[in-house]
Design a protein around this ligand. Sequence first.
Ligand code: ZN
Length: 132
Amino acid sequence: MDDLYREVIIEHYNNPSHRGTLENYNVRFEDNNPLCGDHIEITLLTDSENRISDAKFDGHGCSISQATADILLDYVINKDVEEVKKMTKDSIIELIGIEPGPVRLKCALLSLKVLKAGIYGLSSADEIDLDE
Ligand code: ZN
């Protein structure tokens, strides 16, 4: 892994900006990645114009899963929900600046899966396909 990006991951892991649970939210979803033991819960507040006005994540797991959740929320706050629906695996790779191997990729994609499953109101994040 590139040193610069590894530092970014460690920085977000150690000092996340968006860790916690929103008191007022209208979207909430959680899921885990059994391969690694990562768990992510995301709470979102969207406004009347379908923008994400605030978001927080909580959970535990490896540094990639937790740091990516923080980086993802940094990116989606103040964005249109429709824009977030279009995000894919490649969006995450671009955001975190590294392309993890297949095992670590599942860790990196967990927060986007949780976010999108919540937005779509699904019962399971397994219905989210991030390859398209
Ligand atoms: Zn992990």
